[in-house]
Write a protein that binds this ligand. Structure first.
Ligand code: ADP
Ligand code: MG
Length: 194
């Protein structure tokens, strides 16, 4: 079950993983986009950890709100707005339900509305949608997460900056789908949430 403590731990684990993967994220973004995704996400997640210290969130709602605000304040580009939206929606839904799947579903719905993308459009939703479904069915594992990212490789980008390069985006994973895979791997590695 999600608690204030383990939700914080989840975000800290995500921050650590982003730091480990940031060069890889930016390397791929330098081919399909503007090369900033790894540094963007890393800057945002460092701010999240700092703001946990400063603001000391005491509820799940506060944990995700601080996360959303920190990312929105520090991360430019599409991903800042979209991750910010996702975590803000989790914060909002956490007032109605204590179930993680309800929070994730609320974020998926909002991301689709906000960005106009759906499953298969080569965006972060290609990770969020199947992962949310897998958690609902109590079967999230590493393979499910990895497969979701791998599935984006054969798709031609139609949203965001990588759509500018058209067919040349084929063969590369979507960056938001990849960074989101680290979010959900971190979830798997954080004890007692799932
Ligand atoms: P930018 O493209 O502005 O430099 P980033 O490189 O930080 O932003 O993030 C790009 C990621 O944002 C994409 O890989 C994709 O997952 C996500 N993204 C872009 N546009 C959309 C959209 N309309 N809906 C959902 N996700 C999107
Ligand atoms: Mg970019």
């Amino acid at each position: 079950m999600l608690t204030t403590e383990n939700s914080k731990k989840w975000m800290k684990n995500f921050a650590k993983k982003i730091d480990e993967k940031k060069d890889e994220l930016s390397r791929i973004d330098s081919i399909v986009g503007d090369g900033d995704h790894g540094n963007n996400m890393s800057r945002g997640m460092h701010e999240v950890i700092e703001q946990f210290e400063v603001q000391n969130p005491q509820t799940i709602t506060e944990v995700f709100k601080v996360t959303a605000m920190s990312i929105m304040n520090k991360v430019g580009g599409a991903s800042g707005a979209l991750y910010g939206t996702a975590f803000l929606e989790m914060a909002r839904e956490s007032r109605n339900s204590e179930k993680l799947t309800d929070m994730l579903q609320a974020s998926v719905d909002k991301l689709m509305k906000r960005g106009g993308a759906k499953l298969g459009d080569k965006t972060m939703l290609d990770t969020w949608i199947p992962v949310t479904q897998a958690i609902k069915e109590n079967r999230l594992d590493e393979d499910t997460i990895q497969l979701a990212v791998d599935n984006t490789k054969s798709i031609r980008a139609s949203k965001g900056r990588s759509s500018y390069i058209g067919d040349r985006s084929i063969g590369y994973p979507d960056l938001g789908a990849l960074s989101s895979s680290y979010l959900f791997q971190s979830l798997l590695e954080t004890e007692d949430i799932l």
